[in-house]
Ligand binder design. Structure first.
Ligand code: FES
Length: 193
């Protein structure tokens, strides 16, 4: 294996720093997390602990904001697989992230109906209004975060509300028919939260 290839693997599993991390606790194996995952693993037959990988990753991401290298190692140790196996799961599902989002995470739909109702322009508008650099977003790093860490954005596929685009999720709340004016209202609302 070439050194270039090794470096590519290191880069994939490396910690990707984000100003959003100030709003989430750092990953640590708390007694609560340990108990939660131990209970979860009992839902699967003996020898099939690796079936718990996805639910564990969801718990980790919800509590700590993202899935960092230490949490990948820990999930591997709990489920009897290699860290590379867990990394493969993390990188397969777009809903799992290796970079911490901001305190308020915009997920803007880019699928056809929303694209035709202006999602592309709206993406630029949200970036401008939240001071997120759209050039920082690419296939390998799909989440852009504002320097203050309050805001982040990610383009996602269909949010299942196609007749009312453009659609945007902020954390887990859906906003539809979003206009630039509505973006101002959303930002003002969350600034007070
Ligand atoms: S295309 Fe955007 S919600 Fe379906």
């Amino acid at each position: 294996m070439s050194h270039d290839h090794l470096n590519a693997i290191d880069a994939t599993i490396a910690h990707i720093p984000s100003p959003g991390e100030q709003f989430f606790p750092p990953f640590s194996v708390t007694p609560e997390l340990e108990a939660q995952v131990a209970e979860l693993i009992t839902h699967y037959p003996e020898g099939r602990q690796k079936s718990a990988i996805l639910p564990i990753l969801h718990i980790v991401q919800k509590q700590f904001g993202f899935i960092n290298p230490a949490s990948i190692e820990w999930t591997a140790s709990q489920t009897g697989v290699s860290a590379a196996h867990v990394l493969g799961v993390v990188t397969f599902y777009p809903g799992l992230r290796q970079k911490c989002p901001g305190k308020f995470h915009f997920r803007i739909c880019r699928t056809l109906s929303c694209a035709m109702s202006g999602a592309e322009d709206l993406f630029e508008v949200i970036c401008r209004k939240t001071n997120i650099d759209p050039a920082s977003i690419n296939h390998h790093e799909p989440i852009g975060v504002s320097p203050c860490g309050m805001w982040s954005i990610e383009q996602v596929e269909c949010l299942a509300n196609c007749g009312n685009g453009p659609n945007v999720l902020v954390n887990d709340l859906l906003f539809d028919k979003v206009t630039p004016e509505k973006v101002d209202e959303i930002i003002a609302k969350y600034k007070q939260a």
